[in-house]
Write a protein that binds this ligand. Structure first.
Ligand SMILES: [Zn+2]
Length: 174
């Protein structure tokens, strides 16, 4: 089960490698079927076929988006992002009350690359944050009015940090 709470699908994609700051990050996209499932849960498709090369391409896009979001991206990363976004995106179709997207993995990666590109090149880039929780490296978009949100949308993160702060304050260590 994947989580979608970063406020942007391309940021959600970067969180499929978890606890990045640790020696052994947790990889959620292990097999091509995981990518199909992620796209399904992201609401982007119904069963896009992904092969081993598709898994590799998805992870390559994810990692370059992550680097660019953290200010560690290179010119090559930017070129690769533009190239991925240059392909046609998924086509949305509205039938009755249902929204469906049609296309293959190249279209899906283009949709994600466009999301990342518009985010990184636009005013919201300054609102990309990393969760403050020591066990969480999730990137998210801070949509708060103050622009001072510290934790991702995982309910566990803010709660754990707040209670740790509280315990430290109570013990007179803060
Ligand atoms: Zn978090």
């Amino acid at each position: 089960m994947f989580t979608f709470l970063s406020g942007s699908l391309s940021l959600d994609l970067t969180t499929t490698l978890q606890v990045r700051h640790r020696d052994e990050p947790r990889e959620l996209l292990v097999s091509p079927a995981d990518v199909t499932q992620w796209l399904d849960q992201a609401g982007l498709s119904g069963g896009i076929t992904v092969d081993a090369d598709g898994l590799h391409r998805t992870i390559a896009l994810r990692e370059l988006v992550d680097r660019l979001c953290r200010g560690a991206g290179s010119d090559e990363d930017r070129v690769a992002l533009n190239a991925t976004a240059a392909a046609p995106p998924l086509v949305p179709q509205w039938t009755g009350s249902v929204l469906r997207f049609h296309g293959d993995l190249t279209h899906a990666l283009s949709t994600l690359a466009r999301d990342a590109l518009l985010l990184l090149a636009g005013p919201q880039a300054a609102r990309i944050r990393e969760c403050d929780h020591s066990d969480c490296s999730r990137l998210f978009l801070d949509a708060s009015r103050s622009g001072r949100r510290r934790w991702c949308g995982m309910s566990a993160c803010g709660t754990k940090v707040k209670s740790a702060d509280y315990r430290r304050r109570k013990a007179g260590k803060l």
